[in-house]
Design a protein around this ligand. Sequence first.
Ligand SMILES: [Fe+2]
Length: 264
Amino acid sequence: MSYEDVKTSGKPIPRGLQECIPDYRDIHDVPVPNYTEEEHGTWKLLLENQKVVLPNRACREFVDGLDQIPFPKEQIPRLADISDAIEAHTGWKLMRVDGLVPDKEFFHLLAERIFPSTDFIRERSELGYTPSPDMFHDLLGHVPLLIDKRFTAFFEKFGIAGVNAFKRGHAGTKMLPRIYWYTVEFGLIQNPAGLRIYGAGIVSSPNEVLYALSEQPKKHTFNIDTIAAKPYDIWHMQEELFVIPSFDELENEFERWAKKEGLL
Ligand SMILES: [Fe+2]
């Protein structure tokens, strides 16, 4: 893969961050891949398609966020530009990563208000769904809620609880990824206008969007103790989904659970 020149930020990296994420680099200092025309076209197709299926299906908070993020229609965005847009709203930033980040590192990043994003895009044959998250999943799926202050309040606490779970050798290291799966990736929310999607795994996948709100998957009332104990399957469409009443409720319930477990 070839890269564009590095634009250097010159910003010092906080020492705490260097210690927990030794390979952390400011997003402005990371070379941007020279994407092919086909790859830019894949981004365009994915974005056009989701803009058709998401209205009245994605939650109000997600749609508001999507309206405020300057995703280019014709080409793959630069992570640094998207990171700057997020930072202006909530102070959160992006870090470029190769792929899935180990849980321990991932929790540290969230606790530092940093979200890891890949910079490669899926193959054309995987327009409907890709099990290994690409930048379309990371950006379109996750970024709109990263500019919602109520969601990021929950997300930061989630990261801190994860850091504490690893420090203490607590079973939360297994429970938190399940909570993440049934909320951040595959969560539904009851908006005043009706049942809506907020999970990134659903909103970034044309197939999952239509399926999630169909009669097929079972919809359960949100219960954090249930999801903390519930294994998940990354290879198939989700058969069971959990509905939160609001992001305030998600944060409150998470905080209550994490305190009970001694993680906050
Ligand atoms: Fe994700």
